[in-house]
Design a protein around this ligand. Structure first.
Ligand SMILES: *Cc1c(COP(=O)(O)O)cnc(C)c1O
Length: 342
């Protein structure tokens, strides 16, 4: 069936972004493919990155590990949320390692799989997931593949960064593990002191720019196109869309496009987003509807029903337009797109 909106993912961009992150880190890079590969497709991303040399893949839940399906030889999958009371069966049938986050999870894992390696998350100050440094006694007897911590403020120049680094160094020297890992995409930008043995980028693989160090190095990997449903002229003094928030000062040409907030093009793009027709920017006129937006097309006199229009979804600039984070821009992309991998 024809779908009037399209999401195109650039496999080469994904691979090159990952390689830049690995080179910058100077140690092997894994890949966060949780949330279905940040909305773009976990399987496709994992296979593309395996080809590029990636061997460590991170998901949030056992359901996500299951959905990822089997990966080629040598790849490992880590479940970041660890093993909860309802995950016992899944953890015994799915070949992934849990990243244990609490004394309770450690005890559970020792109970159900005393001989299988696991990962462990240490909380060095974010107070989200992980064992406190004072709780590491509970880790005795575990076979730890990778000991992790996670940075709360790596996208800023915050005193939290060196503080978490120091705390993680201290814990790492006290807890034996095959590898140690701290940095996400932004952490990789902070410098090699944060690299340890493995890094865990997510956002920047998919084209997100968390810090200026990545600017000009990481490139956009997604393209969003929507088809014109109709073209119309808004008479002077009349409005367009819900709430009549846009009023045409003079007769204004508009194209109504097949995309809306149900596709993840959220209402925060109302009167702020834009699209492209060739080199012309077409402003979003008024509110984003569930399934439609209007863009001004005075600059594109030839544009008509059935033509495709590229939405400005360059992550840093779309984030500025909408006030959404680059993470949200990726992960909210809906299910109605025809998805293509180049
Ligand atoms: C999501 C996640 C990452 C990836 O972070 P980005 O900011 O997307 O690079 C790394 N580590 C952990 C623990 C995560 O949850």
């Amino acid at each position: 069936m024809h779908r009037p909106l399209r999401l195109t993912v650039d496999r080469t961009a994904i691979q090159e972004n990952w390689r830049w992150l690995q080179d910058r880190a100077g140690v092997p890079a894994g890949a966060a493919v949780k949330a279905d590969g940040y909305g773009l497709g976990a399987r496709e991303t994992a296979h593309a990155l395996y080809q590029a040399g990636c061997r460590d893949f991170f998901v949030s839940t056992w359901a996500e590990a299951d959905a990822l399906g089997p990966l080629p030889l040598g790849a490992s999958v880590v479940v970041l949320h660890g093993v909860g009371p309802k995950d016992v069966d899944a953890s015994q049938t799915i070949s992934a390692r849990p990243c244990l986050n609490s004394v309770e999870q450690v005890a559970r894992w020792k109970d159900i799989a005393p001989d299988r390696p696991c990962d462990v998350m240490i909380d060095t100050g974010m107070n989200r997931l992980g064992l406190r440094p004072t709780e590491i006694g509970a880790l005795d007897g575990l076979e730890i593949d990778t000991l992790h911590s996670h940075l709360a403020c790596a996208d800023e120049d915050s005193p939290m960064n060196p503080m978490q680094l120091e705390r993680f160094r201290a814990v790492a020297s006290a807890v034996p593990a095959k590898r140690y890992a701290l940095a996400n995409s932004a952490g990789i930008c902070l410098g090699r002191a944060y690299s340890f043995d493995l890094v865990r980028p997510g956002l920047s693989i998919y084209g997100g720019i968390p810090r200026e160090e990545a600017d000009g190095k990481i490139r956009n990997a997604v393209r969003v196109d929507a088809q014109v449903v109709q073209r119309r002229t808004i008479p002077a003094g009349e409005s367009c869309g819900y709430g009549a928030t846009y009023v045409a000062k003079e007769p204004t040409e508009a194209a109504i496009l097949n995309i809306g907030y149900a596709d993840g093009y959220l209402r925060s793009f109302s009167s702020r987003g834009s699209a492209f027709a060739g080199e012309f920017a077409l402003p979003v006129l008024g509110r984003v509807s569930m399934d439609l937006i209007a863009v001004g097309v005075d600059a594109a006199p030839a544009l008509r029903e059935g033509d495709w229009v590229e939405i400005d979804y360059d992550l840093p600039s779309a984030a500025k337009q909408s006030g959404l984070s680059q993470y949200e821009l990726l992960t909210t992309l809906g299910s109605r797109f025809e998805r293509r991998w180049l």
